[in-house]
Design a protein around this ligand. Structure first.
Ligand code: DGP
Length: 113
């Protein structure tokens, strides 16, 4: 997608601090960290919402979910972590390329509102 920020990051047109990359996904530091460690994992195929995901994209998302715990040290997951996928306006989704927030490195509360 030409004007998608995360597609631009995948293509290297916008710089990012990469932690992991393979044919299916990119994991990089979030530019506005909400925890001591805050990374984003994005599938390389562009889709906005879980509800729009096709079969191939769902396999890619599963690869993302399996890869994250393998990167325990790189992502600072030793003491636990939180994964968040914001979906739509109420959740505050601001970038419409599906992404998994990976939060770690500190104790976290639960404040949805
Ligand atoms: P969300 O609100 O769930 O759509 O999260 C979007 C996240 O993307 C937000 O935490 C900030 C991050 N972000 C937006 N633009 C950039 C960027 O250009 N670089 C990086 N590294 N992160 C970005």
């Amino acid at each position: 997608m030409d004007d998608c920020i995360f597609c631009k990051i995948i293509r290297g047109e916008i710089p990012s601090t990469k932690v992991y990359e393979d044919d299916y996904m990119l994991i990089f530091k979030d530019i506005e960290p909400k925890a001591k460690n805050h990374f984003l994992c994005i599938p390389k195929s562009h889709f906005k919402l879980l509800s729009e995901m096709d079969e191939c994209q769902s396999e890619m998302l599963l690869k993302c979910l399996k890869k994250i715990p393998e990167l325990k040290k790189e992502l600072g997951l030793e003491n636990g972590y939180r994964l968040v996928i914001n979906q739509g306006e109420d959740a505050g989704q601001s970038v419409f390329h599906l992404h998994i927030h990976i939060l770690s490195g500190q104790k976290m509360g639960w404040t949805p509102a």
